[in-house]
Design a protein. Structure first.
Length: 63
């Protein structure tokens, strides 16, 4: 039973990782077609990092 469970897990993990890889490749091709999309993505990522850093700085430690 343990061997079967391991094989099922491996099959599901392989399928899941393959789907994510195909989605990432498709998204990369879509973003690469337009420099504006790439710059918008970079700006969005930067704003998110600044926002998350600010939120982390303002929440402080609970201990």
């Amino acid at each position: 039973q343990l061997l079967l469970l391991g094989l099922v897990f491996e099959a599901l993990a392989l399928a899941s990782d393959s789907i994510w890889a195909l989605a990432a490749g498709t998204a990369r091709a879509w973003f690469a077609r337009s420099p504006r999309r790439i710059s918008t993505l970079s700006a969005t990522g930067g704003v998110m990092m600044i926002g998350l850093g600010g939120a982390l700085a303002l929440t402080g430690s609970k201990s």
